[in-house]
Design a protein around this ligand. Structure first.
Ligand code: 48H
Length: 251
C-alpha cells in the first residue's frame, strides 16, 4: 500500500537528518557551478565533510548554456585528467582544444559529487558570513524563495572549518567580507583574454581571508583578471586546486 502521510514523513525526516548533519561541516562551498562542484567532489573523496549551498533549483551554474546557448564547452589539455576522473567524454578539436557536451559535464559533476558524499542544499542562498577572532567560522543561509519574495524571515547559520566562494562572476562571499570587514579588496573582472584568464584563475586560487578560499570566476573578480568565455578547464583546475589547498590546511 502507498500512503501519502508516510511519503511526507519520509521526506521531512530524511531532509532534516541531512540538514542537521550538514550544518556542522569541514568545508562549506557556496555555489554549485563547475568550480564548486569539482572542489566539493575532491574534498568529499578525500574524506572531508562537505556541504554545498546553491541558491538556484538546479546545480551546474554556467555550464548548461555552453557558449551562447550552443550547449558544448571547450576544455584544454591540462584539465583532461579531471574529465577522466569524472568519466566525462571529450572530443579532440586540435592539439590543445577539446570539446565536451555541456549536459554531460553538468550531469557528471553533479552525480559524482553527490555519490562522493557531498551534502547538497539547493534553493538555499548564502546571505552573510560568521566571523570569530578575525576568521570566517560559518555562513548565514536562508531559502532563496524568502529572498525572492522579500518576506521578512530571519536566516539561520551553519559552521565550517573552511568556506569556499564559488559564486562565479559576482564573488558574493568575498564581496560580503570586503564590505563588512574592510580587509579584502575586489579588483573586479577584466576584458576577454582567454589564455591569461584561464592561467590567472588557476594561479590565484587561494585563501583570501582567514578561513575563506576563492575558486572559479570569483578569483577573476577578486584579483582583477580577464574573462575567458566558454572554456571550462580553468574552472575545473581551480576547483581541484582549492580542494588541495583546503585538504592541506585542514589535515
Ligand atoms: C548560493 C549562489 C549564491 C549565493 C551565486 O557562475 P558559476 O558557473 O561559477 P564558476 O566560477 O564555477 O564557473 C564560471 C563559469 O560558469 C563561467 O561563467 C565562465 C567560465 N565565464 C567566462 C566568461 O567570460 O563569462 O556558478 C556559480 C553558482 C551559480 O549556480 C549561482 O546560482 C550560485 O553560484 N550562487 N549560491 N548562495 N549567494 N550566489
Amino acid at each position: 500500500m502507498i500512503d501519502e502521510i508516510t511519503i511526507t514523513k519520509a521526506i521531512t525526516s530524511k531532509f532534516v537528518e541531512k540538514f542537521l548533519d550538514g550544518i556542522e561541516c569541514d568545508v562549506a562551498i557556496v555555489g554549485a557551478g563547475p568550480s564548486g562542484l569539482t572542489a566539493s567532489y575532491y574534498l568529499a573523496k578525500a574524506g572531508f565533510k562537505v556541504s554545498l549551498f546553491e541558491k538556484k533549483l538546479s546545480l551546474g551554474g554556467g555550464i548548461w548554456g555552453g557558449g551562447m546557448m550552443f550547449n558544448k564547452v571547450v576544455v584544454q589539455t591540462p584539465a583532461l585528467e579531471i574529465l577522466d576522473d569524472f568519466g566525462i567524454t571529450y572530443e579532440q578539436f586540435d592539439e590543445n582544444h577539446y570539446v565536451v557536451d555541456a549536459i554531460e559535464l553538468a550531469g557528471a559533476l553533479i552525480h559524482r559529487a553527490v555519490k562522493a558524499g557531498v551534502k547538497v542544499f539547493n534553493l538555499t542562498s548564502v546571505e552573510d558570513v560568521m566571523i570569530r577572532d578575525g576568521k570566517i567560522t560559518g555562513l548565514v543561509i536562508n531559502w532563496t524563495a524568502v529572498e525572492m519574495s522579500g518576506l521578512h524571515v530571519d536566516p539561520m547559520t551553519i559552521s565550517a572549518k573552511a568556506v569556499v566562494d564559488a559564486t562565479g562572476h559576482d564573488a558574493i562571499v568575498c564581496r560580503l567580507v570586503a564590505k563588512k570587514t574592510g580587509e579584502l579588496e575586489l579588483r573586479g573582472e577584466k576584458y576577454m583574454h582567454a589564455e591569461a584568464g584561464e592561467s590567472g584563475v588557476v594561479e590565484n586560487t587561494s585563501e583570501v581571508f582567514p578561513g575563506l578560499f576563492v575558486t572559479g570566476m570569483a578569483v577573476a573578480a577578486v584579483y582583477g583578471l580577464p574573462r575567458m568565455g566558454p572554456i571550462f578547464g580553468g574552472m575545473l583546475l581551480s576547483g581541484k586546486k582549492v580542494a588541495e589547498l583546503i585538504a592541506k590546511k585542514l589535515k
